[in-house]
Design a protein around this ligand. Sequence first.
Ligand SMILES: [Zn+2]
Length: 418
Amino acid sequence: MRWIVEGEGNSLDELIQKLNRSIDSESVAIQNTLVQMLRINAVNPRMGGPGEEERADFLEDLLRHEGFSVKRVDIKDTGTGRTRPNLSTRLEGREPRNLWFVAHLDTVPVGSRSLWKTDPFAPLIRDGKIIARGAEDNGQSLVSSLFALRELKRLDVRLPFNVGIWLVSDEEFGSEYGIKHLLSHGHFRRDDLVVVPDSGTPDGADIEIAEKGLLWFKVTVLGKQVHASVPSKGANAHRIGISLTADLDKTLHKKYREEDTLFRETRSTFEPTMVEANVANVNTIPGVDVSYFDCRVLPVYDLSDVISDVKKRISVYEKKYRVRIHLEVIQSDSAGPATSNKSDVSTLLAKAIKRTLGRQPNFIGIGGLTVGNLFRKKGIPTAVWSTIDEVAHEPNEYCRIRNLINDTKVFAALPLVA
Ligand SMILES: [Zn+2]
């Protein structure tokens, strides 16, 4: 790979210094934009909020004012009657492929208002922080991406490829009206480079390039309830349940044992978690036993194989104890293939972080699922990164101004550093 950036006789170092000076001098404007945006309530309408439209209008105006042409994909949400906006703009580069920063417009509700020390929709600047609902998730990165693009525009260099942003709806409620729609309607290319700045760490040292598949299932054993003094007349659902749970625990761990050191939990995990209450007194044999598993499965495995193994063990127990056992898959989200740490998006982001923040980032995998996975499932290499204190969804959510500015520098440097 060889990207050449043409600035008028500027070395890369000079270009990046110029960029960083300019971003520093725009610090107040960047903060103000975030504050103004956070004043607009954009709680996801599926969670009882007004939705993303007003916030999208504000950002569209801002982009047009800066001379960008804006593509807008508005989708009618039949459930809430709201329009769900998605905005995009980009700078043209020499190659047709795109580098996209994808950030989301919506937020979760404020939660318990009494836990907030300040008004969640009246952003407050204090101690180097901006405090408001959505300040971290995803306001900080949205504004960082937007200003990175504006700075690249002002720098007026020829970019190696197109560089753009997508500001999307509905991330907090499944992305049906955001990324999922855009992916299924051809708005992204297989050779695009995607950065999703919607997860991160306080030191900005981890680039997330892989996620585990998520499987939640519920097992209901239907035995026969009797008095505890005559167990042979009944079928103790609890005994069958705990025995089956132990069996599944052992079987799944044994079969899906591959290790991947990218992940802190290097293996797939299969955890028996919740158990529902059964009988109310000690001297009754429970006729029903309900228990749950939380499984996080490495991307090399197929979740349908895990489910079919669970079914096989269940049928063994049904025959052995002559009872009915019901399996319900509550959630099943497979993981897309991990993005290689050698892919363009991984190496460019790592270089931009190294140059801007002066540290060599690690590549990691995580046990949860982000929208980065939706891109990976379509075969699009995707890196998830930002510098945040991880206070998303909490009361008194905030972002650090230092992170807002530094991440803007990293994003702006990304297309320049190859
Ligand atoms: Zn988010």
